[in-house]
Every structure is written in C-alpha cells, then in structure tokens.
Design a protein around this ligand. Sequence first.
Ligand SMILES: C[S@@+](CC[C@H](N)C(=O)[O-])C[C@H]1O[C@@H](n2cnc3c(N)ncnc32)[C@H](O)[C@@H]1O
Length: 214
Amino acid sequence: MIKYNKDELLEILQTYKENHTKETYYKIRSQNPKELLDIYRAARFIYLNKTCFNGLYRVNSKGEFNVPMGTYKSPAFPDEEEMSVIASMLANIQISAKDFEAILPEARKGDFIYFDPPYHPLNNSKSFTTYTKDDFKEEDQKRLAELFRALDKKGCSVMLSNSDTDLIKKLYKGFNINTVKASRMINSDGSKRGKINELVITNYPVNTTGVSDL
Ligand SMILES: C[S@@+](CC[C@H](N)C(=O)[O-])C[C@H]1O[C@@H](n2cnc3c(N)ncnc32)[C@H](O)[C@@H]1O
C-alpha cells in the first residue's frame, strides 16, 4: 500500500493520529484485518505498530493481535517524506509472503540471500519466538539450516541471524559464525533489555572488525 497508494494511506493515518486515544486504539485493534480494505488494513498495521506496547507483534491462539496500548506521548507515524522514500525504494521490489523453502527453485548462482527467522529460544528462558499462531519449531530451524546448505551448494551468498545457542551453532557448523552484540528492546522484563550476543552466520568470509553491532 505504501508503494501503490501512499497518499491515501497518509490521510487515514493522519486521522488516526488526531483521534489517538485508548478508545480508538482498542477499537482499531478489535477490527478483523481480513475484513478490511487493503488500505485500511495497512493503516491499521502501521497505527498499531506505532502505538502499541514497545512495537511488539503478538497474536493469541486465534491469530488476533493482542498487544496492549503503549504509552507514547506522540507516536512516530511515518510522515510524507518518509513514505515517499519508502515508496521509491519499493518501486522495483517484489514482496511475497511464502514459506522460506519456496525460494530454492528461484535462487540463482551469485544471488545474495538474508534470513531473519524467528530466533531459537535461549536456554532456560521463555523467549518470545511466536509471531503467528503457527509456532516456529526446532524442526523449522533444522529445515532452514538444510535450505541454507542447499543455497550454498547452488553458489548463492547466504547470511542468517539467530540467537547464540548450541543448536544453532551445531546446525551451521562449517560456516562462518560471527558473534555480534544486539540491542533488544522487546522484553517484558525491563531489566533484561539491553545488549545480548547474537549470531550472524555467512557462507562467505567476513571481516569481523567491519561487522558493527546490530
Ligand atoms: C525475526 S522476524 C523477521 C523480522 C523482519 N526481518 C523485520 O525486520 O521486520 C521472523 C519472521 O519470520 C516469519 N516466519 C515464520 N515462519 C516462517 C516460515 N516458515 N517461512 C517464512 N517466514 C516465516 C515470521 O512471520 C516473522 O515475520
């Protein structure tokens, strides 16, 4: 919608911004996105993302967005200039939502592919990894690692980020495994927000002195 209809989207967001109250938030949150026109669906997504608690995305077992309202005094909605920049960046970009395995037949030698999957939970913690009602399980991490190897064999340059766990290090053994410090704002326990180790795995050599923190 930003690509094709940003002006109308900006108008809708402006009215949401002007009417932003607790009542508006929960009214918009209760809408079923599947029943909305695409433009309202996009506006709802941006509005909730910018006004909900910590920009978190979480759904209940029925797939309904259930994050409470955040406490922002003036939520940072994208303005006209930002929307224009994003729209021009998207002009020649195709976005599709598919299972990751679907890219294997499309991938060609020399392509660059980056994966940012749901993170494997850290040991002894109930990490947040559920973005949709279908959980991303250990078997999905294994399936993704197999795809990574298949793309490597095809001659693609592949990069993947994940949490620093024994399973992930085992699955990507033989590739370049770099540790980076990442800021994580999303944690229900405020004291646990801060820098944690994460892994950036590549099938090509990287100069780690040039890898900045995420
Ligand atoms: C860490 S998030 C990526 C966030 C994204 N890079 C961003 O900056 O907004 C992981 C994403 O993987 C998606 N995902 C979960 N299962 C998937 C699957 N089987 N195939 C492809 N994507 C999947 C989730 O919906 C979620 O959007």
